[in-house]
Ligand binder design. Structure first.
Ligand code: G1P
Length: 291
């Protein structure tokens, strides 16, 4: 059973400046909820009960969001705002959430290495804190990956198909399909030149890893951008163990990217009963003004 998840959230978010100057990019809201809360909810929906967040300077707001705010709770109670109060309490009850600081921003592999003591000798999930994934089947993508892990008892990465000229932004998989949407991984390469990419199936920011990954990270030398890359550590793990890829049915939203950030807000608002009518009327109005 997989109970633990690690959410790396230490990066600066330079692509979202100035919005991310004094607030963590993971706290920027999608409609009315910080991005990272959706990530935690995805993990919880997959049966995760224990979450370690890797944070750093300027990320305190994430801690405050997941801890209780007694003064605010009292205020809401006194004013009879029971619905808001329940919503607030639910956040701190989602899971046992812990925090650790990454001393230096030295890559995703380095960030994950800080989870070693906390994770111990169990398989665990990794969910990037600035990326949302939504499955069309409605089932949490992390849950689908855990199901694959339970079938093969080896690490699993979520895969997404992207246009060939975009592969240089991602970790790219080389492998072969062995079951519906499931790949047996042969290798990975981090952010290759499109002409050297083995496929257009890329790592989509969700992983279920066996604990041997920590030894592999220790052996990993700096790679792309002179950072310790998780993708390189996974390539080392592949020398000893099998690994699987799940091409999940759904979409990934990269919230470190401005256009994706805006699109995600619109898409998520259109899925909300309280907002969809007003927002679609506004979009139609705008579209008419633009023709
Ligand atoms: C990281 C990983 C990369 C993965 C990507 C998904 O890159 O290193 O393999 O495809 O996340 O978002 P980053 O976006 O942190 O540069």
């Amino acid at each position: 059973m997989i109970r633990k998840a690690v959410i790396p959230a230490a990066g600066f978010g330079t692509r979202l400046l100035p919005a991310s100057k004094s607030q963590p990019k993971e706290m920027l809201p999608i409609v009315d909820t910080p991005t990272i809360q959706y990530v935690v909810e995805e993990a919880v929906a997959a049966g995760i009960t224990d979450i370690l967040m890797i944070i750093g300077k300027g990320k305190r707001a994430i801690e405050e969001h997941f801890y209780r705010n007694f003064e605010l709770e009292l205020e809401l109670e006194e004013k009879g705002k029971i619905k808001e109060l329940e919503k607030l309490k639910r956040i701190s009850d989602l899971a046992n959430i812990h925090f650790v600081w990454q001393k230096e921003l030295n890559g995703l592999g380095d960030a994950i290495s800080y989870a070693r003591d906390h994770v111990g000798n169990e398989p665990f999930a990794v969910l990037l804190g600035d990326t949302l994934v939504r499955s069309t089947s409605g089932e949490s993508v992390t849950k689908q990956m855990i199901d694959v892990y339970e079938r093969y008892h080896e690490s699993v990465v979520a895969l997404e198909e992207v246009e060939h000229d975009k592969v240089s932004r991602y970790g790219v998989m080389d492998g072969k399909v062995i079951d519906k949407n499931v790949y047996l991984v042969n290798s990975f390469v981090e952010k290759p030149d499109p002409k050297d990419a083995p496929s257009n199936l890329v790592i989509a920011g969700r992983y279920v890893l066996s604990p041997e990954i920590f030894d592999c990270i220790d052996k990993t030398v700096p790679g792309k951008n002179n950072e310790i890359q998780l993708t390189d550590a996974m390539r080392l793990l592949l020398e000893e163990r099998a690994m699987y890829g799940l091409h999940f049915d759904g979409r990934r939203y990269d919230l470190g990217n401005r256009l994706d950030f805006i699109k995600t807000n619109i898409e998520f608002a259109l899925m909300r009963d309280d907002l969809k009518d007003g927002l679609s009327a506004f979009i139609k109005e705008l579209a008419l003004e633009m023709v």
